[in-house]
Design a protein around this ligand. Structure first.
Ligand SMILES: NC(=O)c1ccc[n+]([C@@H]2O[C@H](COP(=O)([O-])OP(=O)(O)OC[C@H]3O[C@@H](n4cnc5c(N)ncnc54)[C@H](OP(=O)(O)O)[C@@H]3O)[C@@H](O)[C@H]2O)c1
Length: 366
């Protein structure tokens, strides 16, 4: 039997190219897929001649005919609310496993609702957000919840960025606009309910003892965490400056309409400029992801993950996940079951930490 191949869709993009470089440093067979043959050629040449193939996800047959049962598709072609679903469909129909770098919560919920059943039926694994957002937060939440009584009262995910760690690529900016335009989701009383970004603002006490303004954010863990632990409420927060928090909360009711109305204009801004931050920029600041869990009988545990270079980490995380799905990391026995799975089911916290050991991440339990 041929070994499972890893096929990178959207390989010519900012994140896809980092994923391609990460794969080129390993020994798994991989194919770079994109819609522009010249860009593919240039990328392959920079990687000493990787295999390439032309795929346009708006014409899913161009993908489906390439796929073999057991292949692993890594999709970096976003925005996912626009481009993501045909790739998931092609994978499930061809019997190929699927992973992506999406940060779009609504897309993640849509994939669970539409594709969990079909993926289970054909025996393929689908994992959204195998990326900086939200594999680290999903793992941190699992660690924070250890030993607490279930159902948990609350799990909170708090995102903070300093300096270059907040720098975004064109694709990320385009996806953020879709996140703001779509009605977000909160998880309360054991169910998902619509809630727009910045619906609430507060002042949070952070692990270093500082008190910082924050606004609610429709993060992906709101979709993933209730799928791997019993919990009544999951909240996502972004730490911001005070004026930003006040302005965002004030604009929040109008934000989805405003973004939808101005989308062509905002998209031009999002897709302008450099494709993404330079490596030096990415490494010039620090992010912090705090997961705080409160047990059913009280008691709170906090796990903080700190590091640099969210895009470099994304490439490392998704390539590690692809290796496991392709059965190449010597741990095929722990391959997750079929269906749409949260990131922790593919890479449990201990494995994720071990695989990212050399990436300068710090995990602290408080
Ligand atoms: N969750 C996280 O932490 C995280 C981290 C990194 C990235 N992301 C997400 O990953 C996505 C990609 O980001 P990026 O910065 O790499 O964006 P990007 O540079 O704009 O790349 C997008 C890629 O999609 C390809 N594409 C667009 N339309 C296509 C089509 N019809 N058929 C095939 N390919 C198509 C583009 O091809 P061309 O090169 O031909 O334009 C490009 O390769 C975004 O949604 C971003 O939010 C998330």
């Amino acid at each position: 039997m041929d070994p499972a191949r890893i096929l990178v869709v959207g390989a010519t993009g900012y994140t896809g190219s980092l994923v391609a470089r990460e794969l080129a440093a390993g020994d798994a067979p991989f194919v770079l897929a994109g819609r522009d043959p010249r860009k593919l050629e240039r990328l392959a040449a920079s990687l000493s001649g990787a295999s390439t193939t032309v795929v346009d996800v708006t014409r899913p047959d161009t993908l489906k005919r390439l796929l073999r049962s057991g292949d692993v598709v890594v999709s970096c072609a976003g925005p996912f609310l626009e481009l993501g679903e045909p790739v998931v469909r092609a994978c499930v129909e061809a019997g190929a496993h699927y992973m992506d770098t999406t940060g779009e919560q609504r897309f993640m919920k849509q994939v669970v609702e539409r594709w969990d059943g079909p993926a289970r039926e054909v025996g393929v694994t689908v994992v959204n957000a195998m990326a900086f957002e939200y594999a680290l937060g999903d793992a941190a939440a699992e660690l924070a919840a250890l030993g607490l009584a279930r159902p948990l009262r609350l799990v909170e995910l708090i995102y903070g960025w300093r300096g270059g760690a907040a720098a975004t690529s064109r694709g990320t900016r385009a996806s953020i606009l879709r996140i703001l335009a779509a009605p977000g989701l909160a998880y309360r009383n054991g169910t998902w309910v619509p809630e727009r970004a910045a619906r609430r603002r507060t002042v949070l006490e952070l692990p270093d003892g500082s008190r910082r303004p924050a606004i609610t954010l429709p993060t992906g863990e709101i979709v993933t965490v209730p799928r791997h632990m019993e919990v009544r409420e999951v909240r996502g927060w972004a730490v911001t400056g005070g004026p930003t928090a006040r302005a965002a909360a004030l604009l929040s009711p109008a934000l989805p309409h405003l973004v939808r109305w101005l989308l062509p204009l905002l998209d031009r801004w999002a897709r302008g400029g450099a494709p993404g931050p330079t490596r030096a920029q990415r490494e010039s600041g620090e992010f912090e992801i705090v997961a705080r869990a409160t047990g059913g009988e009280g008691g709170t545990r906090t796990v903080a993950v700190r590091g640099r270079d969210p895009y470099g980490l994304t490439a490392a995380i998704i390539v590690a996940g692809a290796g496991r799905l392709a059965g190449r990391d010597g741990a095929s026995g722990s391959r997750p079951p079929a269906g749409v799975q949260p990131p922790v089911r593919l890479l449990p916290p201990a494995d994720l930490r071990a695989l990212l050991d050399d990436r300068g991440l710090r995990w602290d339990t408080l």
